[in-house]
Design a protein around this ligand. Structure first.
Ligand code: UD1
Ligand code: CA
Length: 455
């Protein structure tokens, strides 16, 4: 059956005290609203609609190129009014699922359970029981425990405020019924708003069954109103991801000190030390070891590769049994073959480095192609940029670059060629030859050091 998903995202979120619209605040590196969209997109035959209002321009920008329709709620007159803005874009013969851009962790399986109810002509309502229900709409049931109404906290009497079962706001409703109920809403209540929740009493009056369903976890329906709630949800979400990793056979030295902002695929016996951040799409093959305080983004690491402490990798492809760091910075376009070594204070960018080659200390290797078994000495710099253009440095198999060498690109060091330490290389060096390009050493005899004057 056709499903229209209406995601409310018009509220201001004033308690965030932010220039960014609330639903754009990231959780695990992704806007809260995007979490909701991504989950809803997993539902069968679902058309997505987002109701925007506060910060509409920024929210629209996030939604560009996404298969969602956007409705503007210029004035925030209540949740019922918000849903009504999207209704013209919905079909009449299906079901409407109502979600919230600031309730980011809702699970697809829970949504499916709600939809099933609506597909049978019922109203599927997601409720939870809270120790402290203050502020929430209360679920009112009759003598035989059927749901008959939702009463907002501000409108509730003392007895109703004792009810601990509350409305999460999330519900699935047959489209035709929703279409007939929304125009009947009134704003004569404590907040002067058009409450979506008033449709529950309308359903009960018409004899429509209201099926209250519970989520698997409370966090799934946790809304975010301030930065503390956002941080709490972030920590919970990260811990869930850590548990999944451990179940997949990863050793985490501290499951509460890992952050995954994207997706992390792992082989067996991966070991991750504390305070590592993974962003985008990261793949760690069997036996990869990540030292503490590493940041790894959109990168693939081969079998048995080790990243030592304090290294930063971004858009790199690394083979097996490589060793990188400590304190390495691997930038986009770096490809490191098997058994390569990148040491401390080495920066690479668009560097293709062949099997068994080493760049062990204090170097910048950019726009370079290095063969196999080459050794790049400490302090080697590829001078790849003239201020306008980038040029490539080529270093052959088995080449040996002496320490403190500048390679002024475009330049080519041949296979098994050697560069003398301290050289500034501007011309190609043929295979097997030595290139020396440095000032001649002189000895100054009888030279006197300056001395301090005695006063
Ligand atoms: C709402 C429910 C309440 C439920 C609670 C759960 C109603 C009347 N009440 O109350 O039963 O327990 O959520 O958190 O529905 N929004 C718009 N446009 C509007 C009004 C709201 O887009 O005109 C969006 C807000 O951005 C927010 C969501 O809808 O994401 C909920 O609105 P809010 O005003 O926070 O509702 P509550 O008073 O919390
Ligand atoms: Ca709220």
């Amino acid at each position: 059956m056709h499903t229209d998903v209406v995601i409310l995202a018009a509220g201001q979120g004033s308690r965030m005290k932010s220039a960014l619209p609330k639903v754009m605040h990231p959780l695990a590196g992704k806007p809260m609203l995007q979490h909701v969209i991504d989950s809803a997109a997993k539902l069968n035959q679902a058309a997505l609609h987002v109701v925007v209002g506060h910060g509409a321009e920024l929210v629209r920008k996030q939604l560009e190129q996404q298969p969602v329709t956007i409705s503007l709620q210029a004035e925030q007159l209540g949740t019922g009014h918000a849903v009504a803005q999207a209704l013209p874009a919905c079909q009449l013969d299906g079901v409407v699922l109502i979600l919230y851009g600031d309730v980011p962790l809702i699970q697809v399986s829970t949504l499916q359970a709600l939809l099933q109810q609506a597909q049978q002509g019922h109203l599927g309502l997601l409720t939870v029981e809270l120790l402290d229900p203050t502020g929430y709409g209360r679920i009112v049931r009759n003598a035989v425990k059927d749901v008959v109404a939702i009463v907002e906290h501000k409108d509730a009497n003392e007895d109703q405020r004792q009810i601990r079962e509350v409305n999460t706001g999330i519900m699935a409703v047959p489209s035709q019924l929703l279409n007939s109920w929304l125009p009947q809403l009134s704003s004569e209540n404590a907040q002067g708003e058009y409450y979506l929740t008033d449709i529950i009493a309308m359903a009960a009056e018409e004899g429509i069954r209201i099926s209250a369903i519970r989520p698997t976890t409370e966090q799934e329906v946790q809304g975010v109103n301030n930065r503390q709630q956002l941080a709490e949800l972030e920590r919970w979400y990260q811990l869930q991801q850590a548990k999944i990793l451990m179940a997949e056979g990863v050793t985490l030295y501290d499951p509460s000190r890992i952050d995954i902002r994207g997706d992390l695929s792992v082989g067996q016996d991966v070991v991750i030390d504390v305070n590592c951040v993974f962003e985008g799409h990261v793949v760690l093959a069997d036996g990869v070891v990540i030292g503490p305080n590493c940041v790894i983004k959109n990168t693939t690491l081969g079998v048995g590769t080790r990243i030592e402490a304090h290294s930063v990798l971004d858009e790199a492809i690394v083979g097996s049994h490589a060793v990188i760091g400590p304190f390495a910075r691997i930038r986009p376009g770096t490809q490191l073959a098997d058994h390569t070594k990148i040491g401390n204070f080495v920066e690479t960018k668009k560097a293709i480095i062949g099997e068994g080659s080493k760049v062990n200390h204090l170097s910048y290797i950019g726009d370079a192609v290095i063969g196999t078994e080459a050794n790049v000495g400490a302090g080697t710099i590829t001078c790849n940029y003239d201020g306008v253009n980038k040029f490539t440095t080529q270093i052959g198999d088995g080449a040996f670059i002496g320490s403190n060498t500048s390679l002024v690109a475009p330049v080519c060091v041949g296979d098994n060629a050697t560069v003398a330490a301290g050289s500034t290389i501007t011309k190609d060096i043929p295979n097997g030859q030595l290139g020396v390009a440095r000032g001649q050493q002189k000895i100054v005899t009888h030279w006197k050091r300056p001395t301090k004057r005695q006063s």
